[in-house]
Design a protein around this ligand. Structure first.
Ligand code: GLY
Ligand code: MN
Ligand code: MN
Length: 298
């Protein structure tokens, strides 16, 4: 009788050059000792399971967002000219740790002024200037589940007219794209729509004349699946059609290096039977609420 032994492991790799994971090393060891074992890659099946979150998983993400919210509020209160980006970041870390959370979703981006136009800026060592906007992209991790939130606000608590103008355009895209998310809608549709809307806004803002030049001011996609990884199973989840239980980020941005303005507004959205719930809707986001909050009118 032919003996068939199957071993199922997650054998995904980011690229052909990336280091072997524990699973790759384990597979090699098993096959060298038991060459009759057939090794199978279970990555795409796990990916499908991870896409739709259970109630318990959503509760963990909500808790991560709640902790993230209080951290953002603390650092907004402490913002002032003359301190370094990392000093403000420290209030977020302090908040997480005092709430029992030792792990972050990813390295915090604390990017003031022109730094906010650098997509993955994590140096966080520049001094804040009075008239800077500062962009934070951060998240707490709770029970292995992540939050991924971006908020942008003025260091001195008051937007300039131009900052407000650009901010409100980004906010309009954030809200419009969120309103489109429901079961049956494809990720590609909202991604294309976001690029189209941002292109229109860049024309309104006098940045470009032709929509095809939008990539000069918006150079990432609109979002990604969120869960145990911040980019939760990257490639397959970018081709999805939304179904209830998916948690997805919506994160439009406009980055104007020549004006030292970089704005991204990112929320975490749960797809439901009849639409969606914005899990991060309570994190301050309108110009009016940000100014009131920072000027202690709340
Ligand atoms: N913080 C990474 C992202 O927003 O995708
Ligand atoms: Mn983010
Ligand atoms: Mn994100």
């Amino acid at each position: 009788m032919k003996e068939e032994i199957n071993l199922y492991l997650d054998l995904d790799r980011l690229s052909a050059n990336s280091d072997d994971t524990i699973s790759h090393k384990y597979a090699q060891k098993v096959v060298s000792k038991y060459p009759q074992v057939r090794v199978n890659n279970i990555y795409s099946i796990i990916g499908e399971c991870r896409l739709v979150k259970s109630e318990k998983e959503v509760e963990n993400i909500k808790k991560a967002i709640e902790i993230t919210k209080s951290g953002i509020e603390l650092l907004m209160k402490e913002a002032k000219a003359g301190i370094k980006e990392y000093e403000l970041e420290a209030y977020f870390d302090f908040n997480c740790k005092t709430k029992g959370v030792n792990d972050l979703a990813f390295t915090t981006i604390a990017a003031a002024g022109k730094n906010a136009t650098i997509l993955h800026y994590v140096d966080n060592n520049t001094e804040l200037k009075n008239d800077d906007l500062i962009l934070f992209d951060l998240g707490a991790q709770y029970n292995c589940y992540n939050a991924d939130i971006s908020r942008t606000f003025p260091v001195n608590g008051k937007f300039t007219e131009r900052q407000k103008e650009v901010y409100n355009e980004v906010l309009r895209v954030n809200e419009e794209i969120i309103s489109l998310i429901k079961p049956g809608v494809k990720y590609k549709e909202i991604n294309d729509k976001a690029t189209e809307l941002i292109a229109e806004e860049c024309i309104k803002l006098g940045l470009i004349e032709d929509k095809k030049d939008v990539r000069k001011y918006y150079y990432h996609s609109i979002g990604h699946s969120l869960g145990m990884d911040t980019h939760d199973i990257e490639t397959p989840h970018r081709n999805i059609t939304f179904v209830p239980g998916v948690v997805f980020t919506v994160e439009p941005g406009i980055y104007i290096e020549e004006e030292c303005i970089g704005i991204r507004i990112e929320d975490d959205i749960l797809v439901t039977e009849d639409g969606n719930i914005n899990l991060s809707k309570d994190i301050i986001k309108s110009v009016e609420d940000i100014e009131k909050f920072m000027n202690k009118e709340f």
